[in-house]
Design a protein around this ligand. Structure first.
Ligand code: NDP
Length: 287
C-alpha cells in the first residue's frame, strides 16, 4: 500500500480522485458534507470520517477538493492542522491561495495549493493529457510527489502558493476567449444550411493551426520588440476586422463577443503601432 491520506470533498472531481488513490492501493479516509456521497467509496474500501476535523486527524497528508475557497475555510475551521501536510485542490484565486497558505502556516501545517487541469474522466487515466499545477511548499511536494502523481501528472510551478492558481486561471481565461470565438463562429452559420457538425472539424483544425502563434507572442513579450517576426501587422488586421464586424451585421449576429478585442487592437493602432503584431494588446490590459 501507498501513503495513507485524507480527502475532504466527494463531488464529481473529489470522487474521481478518491477512486484513483484507492485503485493504487492508498489507504484513504474521506469526508463529505453530505454523508450519502461517501457510501459508494466506503464500499470500495475508503474509511469514512463523520467530521472534517476527524478526517484531518486521521492522516498526515490531507487534501481538500471542495466547491470554492469559502467551503474550504468552512470545512477546516475546527480542524487541528498542526504537523499536517495540507494540499488544496479546490479552484481559487492566487490571493485566496496565498491567504490560505498563510492561515495554514500559522496553524503549523505545510501547504501546497493546486490547480487541476483535467476533467473527472481524465483522472487516474495514464496519458489522458490532464495534469495538476502545484505551488507552495517544495518540501511537501517532494515528500509526496509519488502520491500526488497517482490521479494525474504533476507540475510544480513555484514556491509562491498563488502560482498554481495563477497558471490554472490564465489557461482557463485563454480557453474562455477561444470558446467565445467559437460561439460567434457557430452563430454566423446558424441561419444557413451549413451543418454545425461539418463545420466543427474546420474550427478545430484552424484553431490548432493558429495555436503555435502563442510562441511568437511570448518571444515578442520577452524581447519587447513587437515588430520582428510579425507577419500579420496591426494596420492590416484592423482593416480586416471591419470585415468581421460587417459580416456579423449581414448575418444578424451580435458582435458583442468580438468587439472588446477588436477595440483594443484599434486603440493600439491609433497609438501608432501599425507595424506591430497584436502583442501590444497585452500592454493595454495592464493598469
Ligand atoms: P461538485 O459541485 O461536484 O462538488 C462540490 C463539493 O464541495 C461537494 O463535495 C460539496 O459537498 C462540497 N461543498 C460545497 N460547499 C461546501 C461547504 N460550504 N462546506 C463543505 N463542503 C462543501 O464540484 P467538483 O467536484 O466538480 O469540483 C470540486 C473542485 O474541483 C472545484 O474547486 C472545481 O473548480 C475543481 N475542478 C473541477 C473540475 C471538473 O471538471 N469537475 C475540473 C477542474 C477543477 P456536498 O456533497 O455536501 O454538496
Amino acid at each position: 500500500g501507498g501513503t495513507p491520506l485524507t480527502l475532504l470533498g466527494l463531488g464529481a472531481m473529489g470522487t474521481a480522485l478518491a477512486r484513483a488513490w484507492l485503485a493504487a492501493g492508498h489507504p484513504l479516509t474521506v469526508w463529505n458534507r453530505t454523508a450519502a456521497r461517501t457510501e459508494p467509496l466506503a464500499a470500495e474500501g475508503a474509511a469514512v470520517a463523520g467530521t472534517a476535523a476527524g478526517a484531518v486527524a486521521a492522516n498526515g497528508l490531507v487534501l481538500t477538493c471542495l466547491l470554492d475557497d469559502a467551503s474550504v475555510r468552512e470545512a477546516l475551521a475546527d480542524a487541528d492542522l498542526d504537523g499536517r501536510d495540507l494540499v488544496n485542490l479546490t479552484t481559487s484565486t492566487p490571493g485566496q491561495a496565498r491567504a490560505l497558505a498563510e492561515w495554514a502556516g500559522q496553524r503549523g501545517a505545510r501547504f501546497l495549493d493546486a490547480g487541476i487541469m483535467a476533467v473527472p474522466r481524465m483522472i487516474g487515466v495514464p496519458d489522458s493529457g490532464g495534469y495538476v499545477f502545484y505551488s507552495g511548499s517544495r518540501e511537501l511536494f517532494d515528500a509526496h510527489r509519488d502520491t500526488l502523481a497517482v490521479p494525474a501528472d504533476t507540475r510544480y510551478v513555484g514556491s509562491d502558493p498563488g502560482f498554481a492558481a495563477l497558471h490554472d486561471v490564465a489557461l482557463l481565461s485563454a480557453m474562455t476567449g477561444m470558446f467565445s470565438g467559437v460561439a460567434h463562429a457557430f452563430a454566423l452559420l446558424r441561419r444557413e444550411e451549413i451543418p454545425p457538425k461539418e463545420f466543427a472539424p474546420l474550427v478545430e483544425g484552424w484553431l490548432t493551426g493558429m495555436a503555435p502563434y502563442v510562441h511568437l507572442m511570448a518571444a515578442q513579450l520577452g524581447s519587447g520588440d513587437y515588430v520582428t517576426g510579425t507577419e500579420s501587422n496591426l494596420a492590416m488586421m484592423v482593416a480586416a476586422n471591419a470585415t468581421l464586424l460587417d459580416t456579423a451585421r449581414e448575418q444578424g449576429v451580435s458582435p458583442e463577443l468580438l468587439t472588446p478585442y477588436l477595440e483594443l487592437m484599434a486603440r493600439r493602432l491609433a497609438d501608432g503601432h501599425g507595424a506591430e503584431s497584436d502583442t501590444g494588446v497585452v500592454d493595454l490590459l495592464l493598469h
